[in-house]
Write a protein of this length. Structure first.
Lengths: 251, 365
């Protein structure tokens, strides 16, 4: 058995796979303040879910808290792990878009699954999960209702600002203009898609992954609309990094 | 520099002072002070660090050398071959100290430096010399100018010799060593002391080569650094690269102080050529050709571009060069967002992960 633990900025994920690379168990929790503790908790939860003991299981840690997982056998960045995880599901040249809590990453791979280049958003929250959380709070919409609200939108409006604070100001003016909440929320998701398109050309087969898209499937629709073609969705997008880490544990 | 040395001026470099402020990690105390009096946070953070420190009447020179403040200049001399900000910076001190600012403005973004460009700059040098003669009441001693240019040339060749030892695999030095040892070639050109310094340094490098001493134990990857140093993160970054067993073998930045076109027999024209030809002053294709040659010469596996927020002039990731390096030449590149001095533009977390992932990318190639 092999385990991958992805200590992300918002959530910590663990996935255990068998020799055939099939999922045996997984677990997820909010990351919180103690990275070591939460890593231990998700790991134990996944182990007990599968009725396993930790003996003999190889563990690879990834994510921003990877260095805090002291029981891991090795570490690998989330960039390599997302790439590994996505390539397993879609073995061809890919453009991978991982929307995380604090950053968005764009990774391009060749047909062998090797990284050609990658980019991370600049030191700014726009286009990330943190951006959506902030806007949800400002608009007084529970985060988990954002996706549903946006799906019910009937009118297309646009939000053009670059930065989280300016976007909040722009939203205030939309509210003043009498725009509906659901249309504004959809436009907020639309602005996430725009930020991604500015980062790198989205060439060839595009995969969307990460916790934000797992909870907000409208992002698939909006990106497909923007690109005019299908966007690939890995099973359990939130766990792609943890899955990739487990695949590294196998190597 | 050489002209001022020939006139017998003691020369003080604000740029070096700013690098010192950056390396001491105190720039963020001073930048806002300059911002508050109208110098934008988006312009050169060397300028804002230095002006801010001046306005606060503080200097790291106090702890280091017991110098309580920057010296009062009789004249400010500036060449804008690197950027316009330098001129604005020197003009600030010109106003403060009521001292004249003499400047040379070479033609910019040159693909090749042609005769007429050199003519233009040589005339500007002659004009500056005439102003200095008027100001000091003394004629320029041409023998002294030739001597200063000869010493600059000697120092610059030794400096190049030092940097070029990194062509060897494994490299005996890293970019971080270069950033520390570059001070004499920047501020002591034209003086014997710079020559003596680099003779000693070069000898040490030759000794390291002879004994097979590498800067990075078990060097696995060789990387070219493009752009300014992040002065406040020299140690952190150098340690990260050592841990990853990757060596930053060369940089445009350290190479920019190689002025091997200097000719003591033709001091003015050769200075005009050398200082106009600098990398920062060149066209995008000229820069690209230069970097490609250096990648080949230093057998680098990839390039890290430092996109310094407040130094667009010396950041080369803004006009598509990283993408061209990768797509046209198959060279892996990474771009780090950051700054030379303003650490508010730098994220340790993002930089660490980006660098680590870049090395993983090279491992799996």
């Amino acid at each position: 058995m092999f385990a991958g633990i992805d200590v992300g900025a918002s959530a910590t994920k663990c996935m255990i796979v068998d020799e055939s690379k099939n999922e045996v168990a997984s677990a997820v929790r909010r990351t919180g303040m103690s990275l070591r503790k939460v890593a231990d908790e998700v790991y134990k939860e996944a182990l007990s879910g599968a009725g396993l003991e930790p003996d003999g299981i190889k563990v690879v840690a990834t994510g921003f808290g990877r260095k805090n997982v002291d029981f891991a056998d090795s570490i690998r960045t989330e960039i390599s792990c997302h790439c590994k995880g996505c390539y397993h599901h879609f073995p061809r040249a890919l453009t991978i878009v991982d929307i995380g809590g604090q950053d968005t990453k764009l990774i391009r791979t060749n047909v062998e699954g090797k990284i050609i280049d990658f980019k991370m958003n600049r030191k700014c929250a726009a286009g990330t999960g943190a951006f959506l959380e902030e806007i949800a709070r400002r608009m007084d919409v529970p985060l988990e209702e954002m996706n549903g609200l946006a799906l019910s939108s009937e009118r297309e409006i646009e939000i053009g600002s670059y930065c989280t604070v300016f976007t909040a100001t722009e939203i205030l003016s939309k509210i003043r203009e009498g725009e509906k909440q659901k249309d504004i929320v959809r436009a907020v998701f639309g602005s996430v898609i725009k930020r991604i398109q500015e980062m790198n050309p989205l060439i060839g087969d595009v995969v969307l992954t990460g916790g934000v898209v797992a909870h907000n499937e409208i992002l698939f629709d909006l990106l497909e609309e923007a690109l005019g073609r299908e966007v690939l969705k890995p099973p359990k997008p939130q766990f792609t990094g943890a899955f990739g880490a487990a695949l590294y544990a196998m190597m | 520099m050489e002209v001022l040395v020939a006139f017998g001026f003691k020369v003080y470099f604000p740029e070096n002072h700013s690098a010192l402020i950056g390396a001491r990690k105190i720039a963020d105390d001073y930048i806002p002070v300059a911002n508050a009096v109208g110098y934008s946070p988006e312009i050169c953070s060397y300028l804002t660090s230095d002006i801010g420190a001046y306005l606060r009447n503080e200097t790291p020179l106090k702890d280091a050398y017991g110098v309580s403040s920057i010296p009062k200049p009789d004249v400010l001399a500036v060449n804008t071959n690197q950027c316009r900000d330098l001129y604005e910076w020197f003009s600030f001190f010109g106003r403060r100290f009521d001292a004249p600012v003499f400047s040379i403005h070479p033609p910019k973004y040159l693909d090749e430096v042609e005769e007429h460009h050199v003519d233009d700059v040589a005339v500007q040098y002659e004009d500056m010399i005439a102003r200095l003669e008027k100001m000091t009441g003394e004629r320029l001693d041409e023998a002294k100018l030739k001597e200063a240019v000869a010493l600059s040339l000697e120092a610059t060749e030794l400096w190049k010799g030092f940097l070029d030892t990194a062509v060897h695999v494994p490299s005996p030095l890293t970019f971080f060593d270069g950033t520390i040892h570059m001070a004499p070639i920047v501020v002591m050109r034209g003086l014997q002391i710079a020559v003596d310094y680099y003779k000693q340094l070069k000898a040490e490098m030759d000794e390291r080569l002879e004994n097979g001493i590498a800067a990075v134990d078990d060097e696995r990857f060789r990387i070219y650094w493009e752009g300014m140093p992040v002065w406040g993160r020299l140690r952190k970054l150098s340690e990260q690269f050592v841990d990853l067993r990757a060596c930053l073998v060369a940089s445009t930045y350290c190479n920019s102080w190689i002025f091997d076109d200097m000719m003591p027999d033709d001091p003015i024209r050769s200075m005009a050529l050398a200082y106009t030809k600098v990398f920062v002053n060149r066209s995008e294709p000229a820069k690209e050709r230069y970097i490609l040659d250096e990648i080949k010469r230093f057998k680098a596996d990839g390039i890290i571009f430092h996109d310094a927020r407040t130094c667009p002039a010396n950041s080369n990731a803004s006009y598509g060069m990283p993408a061209r390096m990768m797509e046209d030449h198959g060279i892996p590149t990474l771009t780090l967002d950051g700054d030379l001095n303003d650490l508010r533009c730098w994220s340790d977390e993002q930089a660490t992960t980006n660098i680590e992932a870049f090395i993983e990318q090279l491992e799996e190639r």
